[in-house]
Design a protein around this ligand. Structure first.
Ligand code: SF4
Length: 64
């Protein structure tokens, strides 16, 4: 799985960081940053939850 984010869409809600803090972070303005775009398999459920919770639909998961 590869994780992509569209930072222009991000509304800085922080839901992704709460769901998967080892995959997502926020910059000083609260905008999402990716810590790893290929999370380990045991993190996929949390990443899917983060994408589902994102109110801006700014997180896209790509199957590989
Ligand atoms: S959950 Fe979505 S809107 Fe909120 S910080 Fe993460 S990417 Fe941005």
């Amino acid at each position: 799985m590869r994780v992509e984010v569209e930072q222009p869409k991000c509304v800085a809600s922080g839901q992704c960081v709460l769901a998967a803090p080892d995959v997502f972070d926020q910059d000083d303005d609260g905008i999402v940053e990716i810590l790893t775009d290929r999370p380990a398999a045991d993190r996929h459920d949390d990443v899917k939850e983060a994408a589902a919770l994102c109110p801006a639909a700014a997180i896209r998961l790509v199957s590989e």
